[in-house]
Design a protein around this ligand. Structure first.
Ligand SMILES: [Cu+2]
Length: 231
C-alpha cells in the first residue's frame, strides 16, 4: 500500500512544473548553487560517517579470541576532541560564507520603496488578491494570471496585496517574497532563458490558495516590445 502511495505521489509530482533546481535567472542560479553546495557537504559527511561505521563494525566484531575482552577505560583524547570540533566548524564556515554573500546579493535586489531602482529595469506592478494575480506594465497594460518577461533584461516587481498576505514565487526564476497589504515589497532579477515557467502563491491565503497560480513566459526583448505594444 505504501509503495502504491509513493508511486502515485511521484506520478502526480512529475506533472508539476515547479522546479527549483532548474534555474532560469541570475537569482535562481545563486540559490541553486547554494543548494548543491550544501548537498555536497552533506554527502561528504554522510560518506565519512558510513566508512567509519563499517570500519568500526568490522574492527570490533566479536570473535572467539575477543569475546571476553573489555577495552581499557580512557578518560579523554585531546586530539580527537579538537578534530571533531574543528571539522564541523570548518564545514559550517564553508557553508556560511557563500550563503551570507548570496543572501546579500539577492536581498539587495528586494529594496524597499524608498530606495532607487536602476533606470534600465522594466517595472511591473504586481497586485495579489484572493485568489488571483494582476500584473500592470509601464504603459498601463494589465494581465491576469499571466506574466510576460523579456530575456536578459532586468525586471523589477513592485508587490502589493489588496487583502491578506500572499507570497510571490516562480521557482525557476525567483522568490519567495511576501506580498503584503499596505506595504510594498520589491524584487528584481534577470531572466536568462526563454520559455514557460509556472508561478504560484507560496503563502497559504485561503480556500483558493492552491489555484492561485500564474504562467510566466520569458520571450526575447523584441517579442516583449511587440507584445507590450499590442492591446
Ligand atoms: Cu495566496
Amino acid at each position: 500500500m505504501k509503495k502504491v502511495f509513493l508511486l502515485l505521489t511521484l506520478v502526480l509530482l512529475s506533472g508539476c512544473n515547479l522546479r527549483v533546481l532548474d534555474p532560469a535567472s541570475d537569482s535562481a542560479e545563486k540559490i541553486t548553487d547554494l543548494i548543491y553546495l550544501s548537498f555536497a557537504i552533506m554527502m561528504l559527511v554522510l560518506a565519512v560517517v558510513f566508512v567509519l561505521f563499517v570500519f568500526f563494525i568490522r574492527k570490533y566484531k566479536e570473535r572467539s579470541e575477543t569475546s571476553v575482552y573489555i577495552p581499557k577505560e580512557k578518560k579523554e583524547n585531546k586530539w580527537l576532541e579538537v578534530t571533531w570540533t574543528v571539522i564541523p566548524f570548518l564545514l559550517l564556515a564553508i557553508l556560511a560564507v557563500p550563503t551570507v554573500k548570496a543572501t546579500y546579493d539577492i536581498t539587495s535586489k528586494m529594496s524597499g520603496p524608498g530606495q532607487s531602482v536602476s533606470k534600465e529595469a522594466r517595472i511591473i506592478d504586481v497586485e495579489a488578491k484572493q485568489f488571483r494575480w494582476e500584473f500592470t506594465y509601464e504603459n498601463g497594460k494589465t494581465t491576469l494570471n499571466e506574466l510576460v518577461l523579456p530575456k536578459d533584461q532586468k525586471v523589477t516587481f513592485h508587490l502589493t496585496s489588496t487583502d491578506v498576505i500572499h507570497s510571490f514565487w516562480i521557482p525557476s526564476l525567483a522568490g519567495k517574497v511576501d506580498v503584503r497589504p499596505n506595504k510594498e515589497n520589491r524584487l528584481s532579477f534577470v531572466p536568462r532563458v526563454t520559455g514557460d515557467f509556472q508561478g504560484k502563491c507560496a503563502e497559504f491565503c485561503g480556500t483558493g490558495h492552491a489555484n492561485m497560480r500564474f504562467e510566466t513566459k520569458v520571450v526575447t526583448q523584441e517579442e516583449f516590445e511587440n507584445w507590450l505594444a499590442t492591446e
